[in-house]
Ligand binder design. Structure first.
Ligand code: SF4
Length: 264
């Protein structure tokens, strides 16, 4: 057992019971370092944990969350910043990751499963159960590739960030896969009828979808009942500023159409 899975920060040999009249301190897991990538290949059935961000304020707006990245994605979006997560591979041991998350209970609100495409992991329902048992709220980032798998886990999710890649005309050009809008819209339909809290977001550049088409797409989303919508300006790298700015007029319209609109 390593430090991440230690269940107590009491020094070895310390008394196990409080003396009469003294206050018993709640047992609290050690403040452990995040797990490291495994040195040896994990067994083939291991969940494809591709990375971990121990603390994030941006992956689920309003929540302090740890983000668990699942590797594996069947799409090949030309702008993907996570190409190393497109291929399925277990780089972190879930038991170590889970033990680390145990040490953060009470400090974080939530765990977000991201990717890659987290629904590509067949063991995701069990990972979700594990973090729920710890008392975390659970969020999911998805490109909407697997509607049936989403249906399986939806009742266990508190929030979903659903990527909308483009309008019908531009979808497959972005994803590099045929008929890719169909599953994403099926996921949207499920989210709307389940009443799950969710956000639709689009990574946007005018060379891929001009503002007129973006607004037509967004208007349709609002008409269908989407309440939270975000436009993420496409960047050459994750820390860079957006390549092209969304006009103030477009932002003003989007603010009117949605209960919550974010441009980031
Ligand atoms: S769906 Fe996401 S992870 Fe998959 S290729 Fe597209 S951007 Fe990358």
């Amino acid at each position: 057992m390593n430090a991440a899975s230690s269940s107590s920060n009491a020094p070895e040999g310390a008394p196990q019971h409080a003396e009469p009249g003294t206050r018993r301190l709640a047992a609290r897991p050690a403040y452990a370092a995040p797990p490291q990538p495994v040195a040896q290949p994990l067994p083939r059935h291991s969940p494809a944990i591709g990375g971990l961000v121990p603390f994030s304020t941006v992956d689920w707006p309003g929540q302090l969350a740890a983000v668990v990245f699942i590797s594996g994605c069947p799409w090949r979006c030309h702008y993907c910043h996570n190409t190393e997560l497109q291929t399925r591979a277990a780089r972190y041991d879930w038991r170590e990751t889970r033990a680390f998350l145990e040490t953060r209970t009470g400090l974080l609100d939530a765990v977000v499963f991201s990717g890659g495409e987290p629904l590509s992991e067949p063991r995701l329902p069990s990972l979700i159960r594990d973090v729920r048992r710890m008392g975390y709220r659970v969020g999911l980032h998805t490109a909407g590739i697997y509607p049936l798998r989403l249906a399986d886990v939806l009742r266990h999710l508190d929030w979903v960030g659903l990527d909308i890649k483009a309008d019908a005309q531009g979808y497959d050009d972005i994803t590099g896969r045929r008929d890719s809008q169909r599953p994403a819209l099926a996921c949207l339909t499920q989210l709307l009828s389940a009443g799950t809290d969710f956000e639709c977001r689009i990574t946007w550049h005018p060379d891929w979808l001009d503002e007129t088409r973006l607004l037509t797409l967004a208007r349709e989303m609002a008409r269908r009942g989407v309440r939270r919508f975000a436009v993420q300006g496409a960047r050459s790298s994750p820390g860079a500023p957006p390549g092209r700015a969304l006009s103030a007029q477009a932002q003003s319209l989007l603010t009117q159409w949605f209960s919550e609109f974010t441009y980031r």
